[in-house]
Each structure stands twice: as C-alpha cells, then as structure tokens.
Design a protein around this ligand. Structure first.
Ligand code: ADP
Ligand code: ASP
Ligand code: MG
Length: 421
C-alpha cells in the first residue's frame, strides 16, 4: 500500500462546494488503495483577511499572537474537510501542525521545521483513517508556542511530512495545471513544463514564482521527495519536480521559465565616503538587524570621492533597514538614505544557459525592444535577474518569454480559480 501526501491550496478549498470536491478526490485516492495524508491551507484569502483584521486592532501585532490567529485559518479548513470526508462514508482525523509533530524554531512568522515526529499520524494511518494536517504551522521546540512557517508554507508542511512518512511522492494541488514557463496570470501563452529539476525550481521559487514555496523545494531536494504539482480542478497531468539525470540537462531548453517578483524595494545609501570599510559597515548594520538582502549595486566614485550603494530587500523589511541605517548615518558619514518601492524583478532560469553563450544579450535586447530600462542586474549559473520599474514588469516578462521561444499556442495555461492575492 503506497503512501501519498496530497496538499490543497487556499483557492482549492475556497468554499463549501470546493471542500466537498477535494473530499471526493481524497476519498477516491484512498479507495484506490493508498494511505493518504492531506495537508490543507486556509480557505481562499482567509490568511490575508486575518492579517488585515490584526492590523485593524493593533499597529504592531505581537508576533506570537499573530501566529495564534493565522493558524486558525488552516485549522478551520482541516476540520471542515474531515467533516466532508465523513459525509462520504470514509473516516478522517484532522490535526493541527503541533499535534501532527511539526517541531519548529521559535521564529514567529518565519519558523523553520527542525523535526517531524509523526507518531499520531502513523497510528491514525494504521487504523485506516485519512489524516488531515493543518498546513503552514508547527510548535516551537523551546517555548512550546504555536508558530507559522512563512506565507505559502503549507507546501513545505506537505513535503516535510512526505519525507518523514516515507511517502512515494508529494502531490501539490493548486489552481493551475502545474509549473508553467511563466505565471499564467500574466502570460496566457505560457507552456506547462512536464518536468523540471529541483535546481531550476529552486531558482524559480526564489525569484517569485509562488506556485511552490521555496523551502518546500529545498526540502524535497534534500530528502529526495518527488513533487507532482497539478490542478485540483482538472485531471490533467501536471509537472514533476525531480532530480535531473545525467544527460537531461543537455536536452534541456535554453530557458525553462521566466519569473517575476513585485515584493521587493530598493534602498540607496547616498554619498557614502569612498573609503575602505564603508560598504562593510553599511551591510554589517543590515545584517545585525537580521535583514536579508538580494541585489547590490555600487556606483563608481564621482568627483567628491563618494559613492552610492543600492540594494534590494523584501519591501516589508524596508522600514527596519532604513531605521537601522539612519542610526549610524553620522558614524559612517553618508549623506542620505532613499528608497524606491515601485520596482519589480524579472528573472530567466534554465540549466541550458550553462552551455550557451549569448543568453544575456538576447534577454537584454528583448527588454530594450520592449522599451524596458534595466536598473540592476544579478546572475547565477542558471539565472539572470534584472530590476525594472514596477510598471514594466509584465511587458518585460512577456518580452523575455517570446524572445526565448517559450510562447505556446495550445491554450493550456488555464487559471481555474484564486484571486492572485
Ligand atoms: P495555492 O493557494 O494553491 O498554494 P498559490 O497562489 O500559492 O496557490 O500558487 C499558484 C499560483 O502561482 C498560480 O495561480 C499562478 O498565478 C502563480 N504562479 C506564478 N508563477 C507560476 C509558474 N511559473 N507556473 C505556475 N503558476 C505560477
Ligand atoms: N494560508 C497560508 C498563506 O496564505 C499558507 C499557505 O496557503 O500555504 O500563506
Ligand atoms: Mg501556495
């Protein structure tokens, strides 16, 4: 009897009818002879709505209480799904992340899974129950407080459980038919990728393709869990995220996908004295504030022997970063700190670019033809990213998608549900 883990995202359980539809699929899987563990997200945009509510009662909601609040969303859908399954004559048991043995760090809002102790799940599966686990949450090892694993992290709960339970694979059910060559919401000609390597998927997830949570892909690669991303609204095959065999990369397309991210902002430290150690100080201050940065550009020193250093970071971290820099302005001796939150990042990803020169030229030419100005650039072995004006993001994604021959005429890029929030 094979074990599978199935995860259903928020748009797949947005209302009562959707929950009943998911229940039918889960029960069918069990009746086909599988031991089924389901990881469930909060209904529709519930997490965003709970977040908005918290902001209405407090200007700065305490992180511990925010986690108590947000985890309620997943708990509701877990219990409702168990009821819908019961109604179909099968037996289900729902569990919170804590009950399911998801042990995490104490970093509220962004906790990491440090261990999974799935004793209760094992027992329930052995008794023939369908197990339902509330996604995106756990319990901190030290404080025993309830934690959340970051936005979109029900994917990570699912893959981590698949690893711990020795499941054959992990199915991620969402509102599109798999991983596409670009977000189908902005590129209707995007093509479904039947297969993608963990490596490429990591880059796509890290650069904004929210179809899979970044840490879920990291986990899957480490634990060798194959992921099948597919739609809960159709029976079409989706995308397999797996290891590439030797030779696969040779046949790989030059570019597998184009991603975009509007969640970053750019901070510029102006008039930094052009002296050894100043850049180090700027970034030490940011690191001490526990802020991750993405791209960096330092302008060449001009007549007054000062430079400007720009870097990008999550827009949510921007106020904290600016505050930290202002506190050391006199000490470092820079003139000012400015920011721009109307930026977007567009990336092209593909293992094929390792062995093909000219990819950068083709990408930048496509942007130029689309009238898009490039503000910053960064690259890895299999990725090229640029920062552009927020208003140019969609044009840039479409231009790159066309330039690398990714446009498909099959009309398969269907978006079945969701608000894209
Ligand atoms: P869920 O609620 O099921 O977790 P998400 O909204 O987190 O779903 O992720 C699915 C969404 O990811 C799709 O609706 C799509 O708009 C977006 N997306 C972004 N990039 C891609 C891509 N390359 N392939 C497929 N979907 C993508
Ligand atoms: N409900 C959570 C969120 O919206 C987790 C998830 O859906 O994966 O971020
Ligand atoms: Mg998601």
């Amino acid at each position: 009897m094979a074990r599978v883990v199935q995860k259903f995202g928020g748009s797949s359980v947005a209302d009562a009818e959707s929950i009943r539809r998911v229940a039918r699929r889960v029960v069918e899987t069990q009746r086909a002879g599988h031991q089924v563990t389901v990881v469930i997200s909060a209904m529709g945009d519930t997490t965003d709505e709970l977040f908005d509510l918290a902001k209405q009662v407090s200007t700065n909601p305490p992180a511990r209480e925010l986690d108590m609040l947000l985890t309620a969303g997943e708990r509701m859908s877990a219990a409702l799904l168990a009821m819908a399954i019961d109604d179909l004559g099968a037996q289900a048991r729902s569990y919170t992340g804590s009950q399911a043995g998801v042990i995490t760090t104490a970093a509220h809002g962004n906790a990491r899974i440090i261990d999974i102790t799935p004793g209760r799940i094992e027992k329930a599966l052995a008794k023939g129950y369908i197990v339902i686990v509330a996604g995106f949450q756990g319990v901190a090892q030290d404080t025993k407080d309830i934690t959340t694993l970051g936005r979109g992290a029900s994917d990570t709960t699912a893959v981590a459980l698949a690893g711990a339970l020795g499941a054959e694979h992990c199915e991620i059910y969402t509102d599109v038919d798999g991983v596409f060559s670009a977000d189908p919401r902005i590129v209707p000609q995007a093509r479904r990728l039947p297969r993608i390597s963990y490596e490429e998927m990591l880059e796509l997830a890290a650069t904004g393709a929210k179809v899979l949570h970044l840490r879920c892909v990291e986990y899957a690669r480490r634990e060798m869990v194959p992921i099948h991303v597919r739609s809960s609204f159709s029976d079409r095959p989706g995308t397999w995220v797996t290891h590439y065999e030797e030779g696969d990369a040779m046949e790989a397309a030059l570019i597998s996908g184009v991603s975009h991210d509007r969640s970053e902002a750019k901070i510029t430290v102006v008039g930094v004295p052009d002296q050894i150690g100043k850049a180090a100080r700027v970034f030490s201050v940011i690191a001490e504030a526990d802020i991750d940065i993405d791209m960096i550009v330092q302008n060449a020193s001009v007549g007054d022997h000062s430079t400007a250093i720009s870097f990008t970071l999550a827009d949510a971290e921007r106020p904290k970063a600016i505050e930290a820099l202002r506190a050391v302005q006199a000490e470092i001796g820079f003139a000012d700190v400015t920011y721009d939150d109307a930026i977007g990042k567009v990336s092209i990803i593909g293992v094929g670019m390792r062995s093909h020169p000219g990819v950068t030229a083709r990408f930048f030419s496509a942007l130029a033809q689309a009238g898009v100005n490039i503000e910053m650039i960064s690259t890895s072995e299999i990725r090229i990213s640029v920062v552009v004006d927020e208003n140019d993001v969609e044009a840039a994604v479409r231009a790159a998608h066309t330039a690398f021959g990714l446009d498909s005429s099959s009309g398969e890029a269907v978006v079945y549900a969701g608000t894209g929030r």
